[in-house]
Design a protein around this ligand. Structure first.
Ligand code: SF4
Length: 172
């Protein structure tokens, strides 16, 4: 029988997609998760066309809405990610993913406590990444976590159990 599908930020799987051309592989986490799940790598910044390498970005507050901004040029690339994500979340639903493991602290992938800067450069840490936020909104019942929490043995076990419990229909 096919394994349950779970999405994952590509950089956590050792794929060189980060802005600097590197990755953030956590081998022991991947080994554990691949035992149970088929991991589907996704990098919103690369898949939407921002390229590798690319200039570092951050989230900036604009009247209560987070915008994805290239730090050096101040270019707002939020719509690029949103346009791509609107189609990608529908595909992921069809692919029957049951959960998603995101890279922490990322302005595109973070699920909690992402820094959001105001025009004066002061940050607050209540942000959610542009893509992760859209996926969570599209899939309110999707089980999501970041790699930081999954380093904790008990949280990881709990996440794995919840994914299995959420399996409602045979994986196609
Ligand atoms: S954190 Fe997300 S956007 Fe950034 S490199 Fe990893 S997968 Fe790509």
């Amino acid at each position: 029988m096919e394994k349950i599908r779970v999405g994952m930020s590509s950089c956590l799987m050792g794929i060189n997609v980060r802005y600097d051309g590197g990755h953030k592989l956590d081998s022991s986490l991947i080994d554990t998760l691949e035992h149970y799940f088929k991991l589907i790598p996704i990098c919103p910044e690369v898949e939407c066309g921002l390229g590798i390498p690319r200039k570092p970005m951050l989230l900036e507050d604009n009247q209560g809405s987070s915008r994805l901004i290239i730090i050096e040029t101040e270019e707002d690339v939020t719509e690029l990610v949103i346009d791509w994500a609107l189609k990608r979340v529908v595909q992921l639903e069809k692919e029957n993913i049951r959960g998603f493991i995101f890279k922490s602290d990322s302005p595109s992938c973070g699920v909690r406590n992402v820094k959001v800067y105001n025009k004066n450069g002061v940050s607050d840490t209540d942000g959610v990444g542009i893509f992760s936020g859209m996926l969570i909104k599209h899939f309110p019942s999707l089980l999501v976590e970041d790699e930081l929490n999954l380093k904790n043995y008990f949280l990881r076990e709990d996440f794995i159990k919840k994914i299995f419990a959420s399996k409602k229909s045979p994986v196609r």
